[in-house]
Design a protein around this ligand. Structure first.
Ligand SMILES: [Fe+2]
Ligand SMILES: [Fe+2]
Length: 164
């Protein structure tokens, strides 16, 4: 039997999951930007693409604090969420509802990230890794703000446009 796994192993495993997910998201954001019809939505995706680069660097710092090599582990959840996003891009291409669909996909991504970063931050605190907890919290705040900004965009005009 494998050695007893503890919270630090779980933390490391989940860190690999989100590291994989962030790199997938980094590749997907430019596609979402190209697909978006609204200029404001394009800008939001571009801004988050830049933030995501910084978030990946923060994760590399957390791996360093942990004394581990930065390495991802296939995250089936993000694969599924992004595949659904691509389906929306294809199926709603050129239609008034496209941007509303893109926002819904992006918010599914943000919510996945928020749950992961929330857990990782709590575990880092419990494991006494204060600096790691701080880095994870910075990203958690960015993901939450992105989610709120997307809600505002949907409510300001994009959902209305989608009804036409
Ligand atoms: Fe992220
Ligand atoms: Fe995000």
């Amino acid at each position: 039997m494998a050695k007893e796994k503890t919270l630090v192993d779980l933390f490391h495993d989940t860190l690999k999951d989100i590291y994989y997910a962030e790199r997938k998201i980094l590749k997907s954001l430019p596609k979402m930007k190209r697909a978006a019809q609204s200029e404001d939505l394009k800008k939001a995706f571009e801004k988050h693409h830049e933030q995501t680069e910084g978030q990946i660097e923060r994760l590399q710092q957390v791996f360093e604090i942990l004394g581990k090599t930065a390495r991802g582990k296939t995250c089936e959840a993000i694969e599924g969420i992004l595949t659904e996003g691509e389906e929306i891009m294809e199926e709603f291409k050129g239609s008034p509802a496209l941007d509303a669909g893109l926002i819904s996909s992006a918010q599914a991504v943000e919510h996945y990230e928020i749950t992961r970063y929330g857990t990782l931050k709590r575990w880092a605190t419990e494991l006494g890794m204060k600096d790691a907890a701080k880095l994870l919290d910075q990203t958690l705040q960015e993901e939450s703000t992105t989610d709120e900004d997307l809600t505002k965009l949907a409510e300001s005009s994009i959902n209305e446009h989608a009804k036409a």
